[in-house]
Design a protein around this ligand. Structure first.
Ligand SMILES: [Cu+2]
Length: 169
């Protein structure tokens, strides 16, 4: 009886603990939930980065810069609709996460752009990132490169809009 209970408990704990261990990072008042990316097709030198940033502190923080060994540069962007087309805008001053607030980096919204990738991003790969904040210590996280299957993130438009964005800058 005791054995069955502890087994069930173990399974339950595993179910709760595994996804968060794989995907969530927390440091002080900042947590980063489910950092992920997508595989890149051959010849496309840009990748994306998505995550949820939560600030439980009493003052705002700003994501100022992101670095990775996997790409020459990482930019912080926002996708905006302008004259009926989706365009990407570079957030030069960084991304503000208000006190007690949450900002989601997700398709068609805020995102990271990994520029000049050292090679295609492959499903299952973990991409190390260093996040530099104003108002909070740096954080090291890893983007998991997830399969595009089962997501409807309108991948067909991604290379085209990335090219448009590059010409803008
Ligand atoms: Cu972008």
């Amino acid at each position: 009886m005791t054995r069955i209970i502890s087994f069930c408990l173990a399974v339950l704990l595993m179910a709760v603990a595994l996804p968060s261990a794989a995907h969530d990072y927390s440091q002080g008042e900042v947590s980063i939930e489910h950092p992920w990316s997508r595989p890149t097709p051959p010849g496309i030198m840009m990748g994306v980065g998505y995550m949820t940033i939560r600030n439980t502190g009493n003052s705002e923080i700003v994501l100022k810069a992101v670095d990775t060994s996997r790409a020459a540069r990482v930019s912080i962007h926002k996708t905006v609709s302008q004259d009926g087309t989706m365009r990407m805008r570079l957030l030069k001053d960084g991304l503000i996460i208000p006190a007690g607030g949450i900002v989601e980096l997700k398709p068609m919204s805020y995102h990271l752009m990994l520029e000049q990738l050292g090679g295609p991003l492959k499903v299952g790969e973990q991409v190390p990132l260093t996040l530099t904040f104003d108002g909070a210590p740096d954080m090291e996280v890893e983007l998991s490169v997830d399969s595009m299957d089962g997501n409807n993130h309108n991948s067909g438009q991604r290379p085209a809009s990335h090219q448009g964005m590059t010409q803008d800058h």
